[in-house]
Structures are given as structure tokens and as C-alpha cells.
Design a protein around this ligand. Structure first.
Ligand code: AHR
Length: 519
């Protein structure tokens, strides 16, 4: 059977630039991966992040103020900037989340001592002093080399306020808002491309119906323009919660395609909103539950994409998963409104699997934002005073960055099963790409909590001569990096593979992530 499939894949290679065949040996399942010239590029913006005015993400996270003893540039921690640059973070979404629809951007510009305070009603009821505002965020994005993605206020703002923000940040010529920007010390516009048209309009963004929001969207989108008619503004509609397909259908049906560049989708991997479970001391049952929710992303992006295809068959409009990740109970002793949680190997498996799903849907999913970047939910970075740690999720994103802007190698894949308590999930997920230098990368995740799985990859048609691999693994699923042991989990060179007659056989340990590079 294996030989037969291999012959088929060789035959297909006559028509395709390159072909990989992948076989899972344990179950005898044959999986074929083929690449073709028409395959999409994996948009680097799938690797976006999210920074809300929530808990310790901005204040006491990114931003410590320029009087801090922690090394900083204009108040932004240098160690965080360095770590995120290493990730090649492509974009950063701000200021929310739910906070976005309470935020009035003019409160966060001008002299610090004249900025009004507001109460952050969504997140802990803390007083926001607006000391971190538009200039701080957009200058920070420049430091990071990341595109800013601003979420505008539709829930409690006005069309004029939103349009003014676009003019303030983007207009080079003379205008009331660009003059104000210059008065505040910034001559050149930042040219912000990505604009969120409100957030979760079905919930914290105004509790609107899909039909009402579609009308609101049309009104706001009329005035959210790039001010210089270069078509460089990407308007992203507030999207569905998980499987609310009616939301996506209503938007696509009622908003003219020329007014819409992206449609959002939010999905959190939560077992039970009333009983989310601990971030570290979780059971296998909870692990299975989290992964069931995470792997649901496959069905969600497939079905939302199918709806978008009906109205936009040329796939001009992006599906933007601008909030995703695991959500657990807050760490004991922390403010319940601050959503501070630890990050374990469970999160590494979740991140690797989700990114594989996004890659394999690169034809429509062109942007995504992990929730959130620092000290909130499935963070890539945690801080405690001057200390900073990189989480297992950070390491997955670092290992996977090789896929950014690489050409997808499509996968036909039937996985063996991870069976737990008479329930099952696909044990393996895989994605592959070829970058501009011709390097092939295959990222593989074994979700199974106990059993190693083997994958056989036929690389004969790819002209691959040498293989290297990295693994992220640990002894227990609950393992994590801590401030006392910050490097317990980190990627390591991996030798758990062998090459037989040009075929690569990789062993993927339980609950681990492996990335293979072929050149
Ligand atoms: O990421 C935390 C919150 O989750 C966001 O503010 C909101 O958009 C979502 O419900």
C-alpha cells in the first residue's frame, strides 16, 4: 500500500512542482501531501498578536513608563521588544477587545497631565489614566517592525470620532487632525492599514443583531477611508463568535464587497465558560476538552469560508481570526478581571495545531491574532517586575515562523486517533510549506497525551538532500516555564527521525511539536 501510494505521488509530481507523501505508520493510514503552483501563500499576518488595555498586558506589561528601572525605550520594555522581534511579529491589534468600544482615542493624546481618566469597566474596574495612547502604540509598532491593527469604537463612539482617528494617523497633508498630530510631535503619518470596525458587536461591542451591525458597518465604512485614495485601508468587520454562521452570512449578504476587506472570527478554546479549569493543574479530561475546542477551528474556518465563497468567489475578502487561544481560570491570587494565566505544553499543542489549521486554509485565512500577547490569556510572554519569561506558545510561534509568507504545500491527511474515555480526536495534524529560498518545512503536532506517533514523509520529488528538525516537548503536559525556571521548556534539536530510501520517518513524542526543515 505504501509503495503504491508512493508511485501515485511520483506520478502526480509530473504535474506539480513538488510532492510530499506522508504516511502515519502506527495506524497504517496513508496520507498524501501535494504541492501545486496554484497553492496559496501562507500570509505572515496569520502570526499576529493582540494587546488590549486589560490587566497587565499594556501597563506593567509592554509599558513600564520611562522612569522605570527596567530598560525601556519611551517606556516600552526593551526585552519584550527584542523577544517579539525574534518572533517576527507581523502585526499587533490594539486597544481591544471589549475595551475598544469604550475607548475614545482623543483621551490618549497630548500632554500627559491633561489626559482624562476613564474606568475600564470590562476589565477589573480599574482607572485608566490614558498614559499609553495612540502615539505610544504606533511608535511601539515601529520599534517592533510590526503593522498596527487599530480597533475603532463603534459601540460607544461616533462616525466622526472614528474618521478623525484615521485622518490623525494617516493623512500627510494639512487638515485639522494632521495639524493636531504635528502639534503633538509627530510630523509624518504612521499610515495605519488595518482597522477593526468595532469588536464583538454581538456582545460587549453593543449587543447588536447581525442585521443592525451590517447597517452600522456600512455607515462607518463610508467614512473610514485612507484620505489619499490609494486603497491602502483594510476594514475588518466585527465577526462571528465561533459557530454563529448567521453573522457571517448576514454581513456578506448585506455589505457591498467594495466596502469590506476582512471579516473577523473569534474562537476561544474553553471547556465550559462557568468552569474553565486551572491553567496548570488540569486533568486529562480537561486537556481532551480544550483540544476538542481547539481542533474545532478546522470546522469553523471551513464553514465560515464556504459562506464567504458564496458571495466572494474570488476570495478577495480575508477571514481574520483576530482572537483565538486557550482561556482558563486566572492564577490564584490574581485579579479575576486581569485574565492572567500560566502557559503549559497543552498551550503549545493548542498553538501548533491552530497554526497548522490556519496554514491549511491560507486561501481565505489571511490574518489572525493570538489572545493575548503579554500577561493575558494564552500569552507568549509573562512578566514579573524586571523578570520576563517566554512561554511554550512563544516557542511554537518561533519554530513556526519559517512558514511566514512561504507557499503552502497542500495536505490530504487522515490522522490516527487519540482515544480517551470512549471519545476520540485526530492525534496528528500537519502543515507544510516551501519558502522563497526553496527550503521545505513540515510542522507536525501529536495531540495524543500518551502515545508517540510516527509519520513517514516521501521527499523524493522535492530534491531535498538534508534534513534537520526541532522539537518542543517535555515530561508532563502540565510542564511550563516559571520565573524560577524560565527555560524548562524550549526548542531543542531533534534526532528522532531516520531517512530510508529517500523517505523520512519522524517519531513525534506525545503532546509535542516537531518542525522539520529539508534543503
Ligand atoms: O481577549 C479577551 C476578551 O475576549 C476580548 O476583550 C473580547 O473581545 C473577547 O470576548
Amino acid at each position: 500500500m505504501l509503495k503504491f501510494k508512493s508511485l501515485i505521488s511520483r506520478f502526480l509530481a509530473i504535474f506539480f512542482v513538488s510532492t510530499l507523501s506522508v504516511y502515519s505508520q502506527t495506524e497504517g493510514t496513508v496520507i498524501t501531501i501535494k504541492s501545486d503552483d496554484n497553492a496559496p501563500v501562507i500570509n505572515k499576518h496569520i502570526y499576529g498578536h493582540f494587546a488590549e488595555h486589560l490587566g497587565r498586558c499594556i501597563y506593567d506589561g509592554f509599558f513600564v513608563g520611562d522612569n522605570s528601572e527596567i530598560p525601556n525605550t519611551n517606556g516600552v520594555r526593551n526585552d519584550i521588544v527584542e523577544a517579539l522581534k525574534k518572533l517576527q511579529i507581523p502585526n499587533l491589534r490594539w486597544p481591544g477587545g471589549c475595551f475598544a468600544d469604550t475607548y475614545h482615542w482623543k483621551d490618549g493624546i497630548g500632554p500627559l497631565d491633561q489626559r482624562p481618566t476613564i474606568v475600564n469597566t470590562w476589565w477589573g474596574g480599574v482607572t485608566e489614566d490614558n498614559s499609553f495612547g495612540t502615539h505610544d502604540f504606533l511608535n511601539m509598532c515601529e520599534l517592533l517592525g510590526a503593522e498596527p491593527y487599530l480597533s475603532g469604537n463603534i459601540g460607544s463612539g461616533t462616525v466622526q470620532e472614528f474618521a478623525d482617528w484615521v485622518q490623525y494617523t494617516n493623512f500627510a497633508g494639512k487638515s485639522p487632525m494632521s495639524d493636531l498630530r504635528k502639534e503633538n510631535g509627530r510630523e509624518e503619518p504612521w499610515k495605519v492599514k488595518y482597522w477593526g470596525m468595532g469588536n464583538e458587536a454581538w456582545g460587549c461591542g453593543g449587543n447588536m443583531t447581525a442585521e443592525y451591525y451590517a447597517n452600522e458597518y456600512r455607515k462607518y465604512a463610508t467614512f473610514v477611508t485612507d484620505w489619499e485614495n490609494t486603497g491602502s485601508v483594510v476594514r475588518i468587520a466585527s465577526g462571528a463568535s465561533s459557530d454563529d454562521y448567521h453573522w457571517t452570512e448576514t454581513l456578506m449578504k448585506n455589505v457591498p464587497a467594495k466596502m469590506l476587506e476582512g471579516v473577523a472570527l473569534h474562537h476561544y478554546s474553553v471547556i465550559d465558560w462557568n468552569n474553565k479549569g486551572a491553567s496548570v493543574e488540569f486533568t486529562e479530561d480537561q486537556y481532551f476538552g480544550t483540544m476538542s475546542e481547539a481542533l474545532k477551528m478546522e470546522e469553523l474556518v471551513t464553514k465560515h469560508s464556504a459562506i464567504m465563497d458564496k458571495y466572494d468567489p474570488e476570495k478577495k475578502i480575508d477571514l481574520v481570526v483576530d482572537e483565538w487561544g486557550g482561556w482558563y481560570d486566572v492564577e490564584k491570587g490574581s485579579n479575576p478581571g486581569f485574565l492572567y494565566q500560566q502557559n503549559t505544553m497543552r498551550d503549545a499543542v493548542l498553538a501548533g495545531s491552530t497554526l497548522n489549521i490556519f496554514h491549511n486554509h491560507a486561501d481565505r485565512v489571511r490574518m489572525a491574532n493570538l489572545a493575548q500577547c503579554v500577561n493575558v490569556l494564552q500569552a507568549v510572554i509573562l512578566t514579573k517586575e524586571a523578570k520576563m519569561i517566554l512561554t511554550p506558545t512563544y516557542h511554537v510561534m518561533e519554530m513556526y515562523k519559517v512558514h511566514q509568507d512561504a507557499k503552502l504545500i497542500p495536505i490530504n491527511f487522515v490522522s490516527p486517533l487519540y482515544i480517551y474515555n470512549n471519545k476520540s480526536l485526530p492525534a496528528l495534524n500537519v502543515s507544510a510549506s516551501k519558502d522563497s529560498k526553496g527550503l521545505v518545512h513540515v510542522s507536525m503536532v501529536n495531540v495524543d497525551s500518551k502515545k508517540a506517533n510516527k509519520i513517514e514523509i516521501d521527499m523524493n520529488e522535492l530534491g531535498v538532500k538534508s534534513i534537520t528538525a526541532k522539537v518542543l516537548t517535555s515530561k508532563t503536559l502540565q510542564d511550563h516555564n516559571s520565573f524560577d525556571n524560565p527555560t524548562k521548556i524550549q526548542p531543542a534539536d531533534y534526532k528522532g527521525f531516520e531517512v530510508k530510501k529517500g523517505k523520512l520517518v519522524v517519531t513525534i513524542p506525545p503532546f509535542s511539536v516537531v518542525v522539520v526543515e529539508g534543503k
